[in-house]
Design a protein around this ligand. Sequence first.
Ligand code: MG
Length: 272
Amino acid sequence: MKLAQFYHDHRLQIGQIKEDRIFPIRFDGDLVAFIQKRPSLNISDTPLALTEIQWLPPIHNPSKIIAIGLNYLDHVQESKGALPESPLVFAKFPNALVGHQAKIVWDEIVTQKVDFEAELAVIIGKKATCISEDQALEHVFGYTCANDVSARDLQFGDKQWVRGKSLDTFCPLGPWIATTDELQDPQNLKIQCRVNGQVMQESSTNMMIFSVARLVHFLSRHFTLLPGDIILTGTPHGVGAFRKPAVYLKTGDKVEVEIERIGCLSNVCGSR
Ligand code: MG
């Protein structure tokens, strides 16, 4: 099923998407609390049109957002980097999270090189410490689309990536989570990024160097993963910084991340 968080009637709600409607779920809490408790579904029989709601990121308060750099063969080739021997791990802060249709904003005094990165995001469903690769996917709740928006001048200038990756609004997520009951295999999904309708990134999750199962196994040996934690699994080739000439986002640009069998996450860039 597809589960979302949204704002309606002056409060945060969770709901199940069915085609072009969302059915609010009667539950006292957010989606992380829902993932922790796993109550039986109590669905309202009064759906809302998707056009009526304000989307929130499906997870807004994770204990961790872990991101992986250089995890697609085609992206390693364009960045002229060496093939990583183990996953390259960095973090994004939760203040970066925004939902579908929210604005991506930045201050031009802080950065002038804002780039897009289409990524498959993994949402953890069960506490995971030292999990084997075989058991890893049992600890996944579902998958969603992410945009690992990156201030390249800060990222490459600092050497350490966290500032350039964690500006407010630099982690659009959503629109919803496709749960593992309908999406069992995350390793053969088309992934695309479009800017103003033009295809900038196009690849498949089968190009990942470290699979989702391998990443969950690897990360769980270092950090206990908790329900609602988010793993951004890396971006394919075609990012703006490595194009000739380079392409950076500007006010008014519409950025879409679409992943097969999940959905399409759309955000517009705006001034702060
Ligand atoms: Mg990335």
